[in-house]
Design a protein around this ligand. Structure first.
Ligand SMILES: [Zn+2]
Length: 395
């Protein structure tokens, strides 16, 4: 069936939907010919031609001559008039990359798994391959990359440029990460930890837009936070501000990979959650636990509610210190919604100063697991902005 005849609604909403279909195909698949767009979207070649013409004159897409299967063709791609921005973000189990015109306009993204104990050079090589593939797929050349924002899930010492805790990401120890990445990518690289990047993402286009005092918690396999004071992300004197995962909440607790005892991470990190469930539920992954909890499984719900309460305990100290207006929670665990957020809120109400507790709004982030990728693009945009300012200064 032809997608056009199936779509109900007025003429203008139909055009809107057709435009969305074309943009969605370009975002997912990169540069395409008009025939390929027609195949992908189910729209007729004539409709595709009209939509592409409209988007082209609005400056949203670019048309470049290319060759497909030995024949001359015109390839259509999302427009990036000021060059392209790259993001490479390492998680505890994967690496993700994205290419964008602006942080809000990602033109292509993908991810690949990565072993937890990988070495830095292996990780950087995979990240670079992933990014260059995306650059090519989206119809660009690596020369157009203005800058790359790079994220690692570990505290970064901004003085040394290295991981700021010996036991975290051991394969990256002693490496000056931004320099190594810039050499591999042949483009400027801006580095930050993924919790700060997630915060920048939510500040740019998510739950923290326009909020001057806030905390964003990234909760996946481990937990970290970004602190926003007076509208600025606070990195501290050596770059490790916001490391709530390593606040000690139990001085007799388990030894943490940072060397301390009873860190929040040893109580609410995925290792602790999976370990608590192992005797009764067997071997599960974090994704299993989240899905089971969402489906109502009582043991998984219980363990996650306890984790929420412990997170709230650590956050109540942060609330007393910073008096934030909003605490947003992102990362994989944010999929739990009220199952996680309600216990966090209750713990803060019980433990923080009443006036600070009553003025803070605890909520899920808007960008989910993509917030750190958006944040990496926001960092990369700083280079683009500086280049534009420099160009204005000489003209
Ligand atoms: Zn620790």
């Amino acid at each position: 069936m032809n997608a056009e005849s199936a779509a109900p609604g007025s003429q203008s909403s139909l055009r809107e939907r057709n435009r969305f279909r074309v943009l969605d195909a370009l975002t997912r698949l990169g540069a395409l010919t008009q025939i390929e767009i027609a195949e992908q979207t189910g729209l007729s070649p004539a409709t595709v031609s009209n939509v592409v013409k409209e988007l082209g004159s609005a400056g949203v897409v670019e048309l470049t001559p290319s060759v497909r299967n030995g024949r001359r063709a015109v390839s259509v791609s999302l427009a990036t008039p000021d060059g392209i921005l790259g993001a490479i973000v390492f998680g505890d189990r994967d690496v993700r990359a994205a290419v964008a015109g602006t942080p809000d306009r990602v033109v292509a993204s993908s991810r690949m798994p990565l072993p937890a104990e990988h070495a830095a050079d292996e990780g950087l090589e995979r990240g670079a391959t992933l990014l260059f593939d995306l650059v090519e797929r989206s119809g660009h050349s690596p020369r157009e990359l203005v800058a790359v924002g790079l994220g690692v899930p570990a505290p970064i010492d901004t003085v040394s440029g290295q991981i700021g805790a010996a036991g975290i990401l051991p394969g990256w120890r002693g490496i000056e990460i931004a320099d190594a990445a810039a050499a591999a990518l042949k483009t400027p690289v801006l580095l930050d930890n993924t919790a700060n990047l997630a915060t920048l993402g939510e500040m740019n286009s998510g739950a923290l837009q326009g909020i001057s005092d806030a905390v964003h918690v990234k909760m996946s396999y481990g937990v970290g936070a970004g602190l926003v004071v007076n509208g600025q992300l606070v990195r501290g004197s050596a770059g490790t501000a916001g490391e709530i995962g390593h606040i000690s909440i139990d001085d007799k607790g388990a030894v943490c990979r940072c060397g301390n005892r009873g860190c929040l991470d040893t109580v609410v990190g995925s290792a602790a959650i999976l370990e608590a469930l192992r005797p009764s539920h067997g071997v599960l992954t974090l994704r299993d636990v989240i899905s089971k909890a969402l489906a109502g499984e009582p043991g998984c719900r219980r363990v996650l509610a306890d984790a929420g309460e412990s997170l709230g305990l650590a956050l109540s100290a942060v609330v007393n210190l910073l008096n934030p207006e909003v605490i947003s929670i992102g990362g994989q665990m944010a999929r739990l919604g009220p199952l996680l957020i309600d216990p966090v809120r209750r713990a803060i109400e019980r433990r923080a100063l009443p006036s600070a507790a009553s003025s803070v709004f605890v909520r899920a982030g808007d960008l989910g697991e993509e917030s750190d990728v958006v944040g990496a693009l926001v960092l990369a945009r700083e280079v683009q902005d500086n280049a534009q300012r420099a160009a204005l200064a000489v003209t």
